[in-house]
Design a protein around this ligand. Structure first.
Ligand SMILES: [Zn+2]
Length: 233
């Protein structure tokens, strides 16, 4: 069901679903879409009031995300264009060459390429991002995982995927799935998502014990969460 509220000069569109739950949940997805989950017995006017009360928060989240959405905006793969890596902006520099290499330094991504067609550059850059993601995500998991020693969870295998509505998730069998676009966000954000998912291997919910564990494992997590936040429970 599609709904909307007016807040000042802004309009907030949201989808509404009813679920077996006690309070209203609002999620702002990285693409800016808003999803409201309401208890089955909630009245529509109450829901609208609550969404309006949370409007400043929703707009703030959409704003936070817009940086990352902008980063996902269509690229033309030409010199001078901005691309992100670990929260930093790099200018793309395309250089025709007789071999294919990509290097990021001094604020630039240097792309030496035999073929400078945008589709080719796009594919090569995606492979490069995926390689970076694989090594950096695994490195960070290696750093964070030992903190969980006493919880006796197995070191989870990592999968990197293109995901449109979340930054990470985990499977009941203990595999952690991370959004490839996380490689474009600061390391602290990636660490936060990994820590969050590791906590889920201990607690399969977002309840108090989960929150306490997350606080213990990453005391400054709120700062990073705020950069990525999409889920208000
Ligand atoms: Zn979670």
């Amino acid at each position: 069901m599609k709904h909307w509220i007016k807040f000042g000069s802004k309009q907030i569109d949201f989808s509404l679903e009813y679920a077996e739950r006690r309070s209203l949940g609002i999620k702002v997805h990285p693409d800016g879409s808003v999803e409201v989950l309401a208890p089955v017995d909630a009245k529509e006017t109450e829901i609208i009031d609550e969404v309006r009360r949370k409007a400043p928060w929703i707009l703030k989240q959409q704003d936070h995300f817009s940086d990352y959405v902008r980063m996902a905006a269509p690229r033309r793969f030409i010199s001078g264009e901005t691309h992100l890596l670990l929260g930093r902006q790099y200018r793309l520099k395309v250089i025709a060459d007789n071999q294919d290499t990509i290097k990021a330094y001094r604020g630039q991504i240097w792309m030496y390429s035999r073929n400078t067609k945008p589709e080719t550059l796009k594919k090569r850059l995606n492979v490069w991002y995926k390689d970076k993601a694989l090594s950096i995500f695994n490195e960070l998991l290696e750093e964070v995982f030992p903190k969980f020693k006493r919880y006796k969870i197995a070191r989870p295998p990592l999968t990197i995927r293109t995901m449109t509505s979340r930054w990470g998730s985990c499977t009941p069998l203990g595999r952690i799935i991370l959004n490839i676009d996380l490689i474009k966000t600061p390391k602290g954000c990636i660490e936060y998502v990994i820590t969050h998912e590791l906590c889920h291997l201990v607690y399969h919910h977002h309840g108090k014990p989960f929150q306490e564990l997350l606080d213990k494992m990453m005391p400054d997590r709120r700062k990073w969460k705020e950069k990525l936040e999409y889920c208000l429970i």
